[in-house]
Design a protein around this ligand. Sequence first.
Ligand SMILES: N[C@@H](CCC[C@H](N)C(=O)O)C(=O)O
Length: 287
Amino acid sequence: MINFTKMHGLGNDFVVIDAINQNISLSSEQIRFMSDRHFGIGFDQLLLVEAATDDQVDFTYRIFNADGSEVAQCGNGARCFARFVRDKHLCDKEEIRVSTNSGILILCFEDDGMITVNMGIPKHKPAEIPILAAEESKFYSVDMVEERRQVDNFSHHVSQRAFGAVSMGNPHAVMQVHDIKTAYVLSIGAQLENHSVFPERANIGFMQVIDQQHIKLRVYERGAGETLACGSGACAAVVIGIEQHLLASDVLVELPGGSLKIHWSGRGQPVFMTGPATSIYDGSITL
Ligand SMILES: N[C@@H](CCC[C@H](N)C(=O)O)C(=O)O
């Protein structure tokens, strides 16, 4: 039997498991079963709280997508991780350091109950993202097929799509759209997530710029599909928007599940993300 807590960050939902006081070893098949919203518990990501492996950090933070793949970054999950270790009395520090497969994250409790995460320094070189491109660019482009429906008729249009790309510890592509409500998030998102230009697949953001300090964003996540919010996606959109001279250094990112505040002061600097983390219920499951 595994004890878990169901949590969410702006509707990006998680099963969080204490793997310090429980002996946990999950196959990707078991993770896929638990992520199923009809036959299992349902979640976008499963988060494991593990013991620190050195004295630089307080914990190890592991992340699995709903499709069972292990990944290296999850921003909304990081805020839930902080709330979980505090609620379960595993740590009472105001600032928590966790190691992930992509480096160290620093999680800080704010006076108003929000949590700020130092998400690390974004990486821009093609090999670091990774994206198959000869050189770094603010705009990459690939051919995409768009399916349009008119009454009973489907037509297919091939068009070039331009996007920015960055690693926030995980790979992101972000394209600007006129209106996120009408953007082809599911079809373009699924195609670009799995496009051969991304050897490790990618998370795909659709960004509508309202003004220099405000964007609307929908994210089609690698290994999970469209989610109500994506923390690393919000950071990636702001970094790419700043690189493309569209945004200022403090941006409110409005996602379908709510808003995040993102701050980035430019190349070589870490990105800071502030937002809520909510516990829904404790449960247990026998696999
Ligand atoms: N929801 C996350 C990102 C989770 C991982 C992502 N799907 C990936 O495969 O890299 C967030 O809030 O950052």
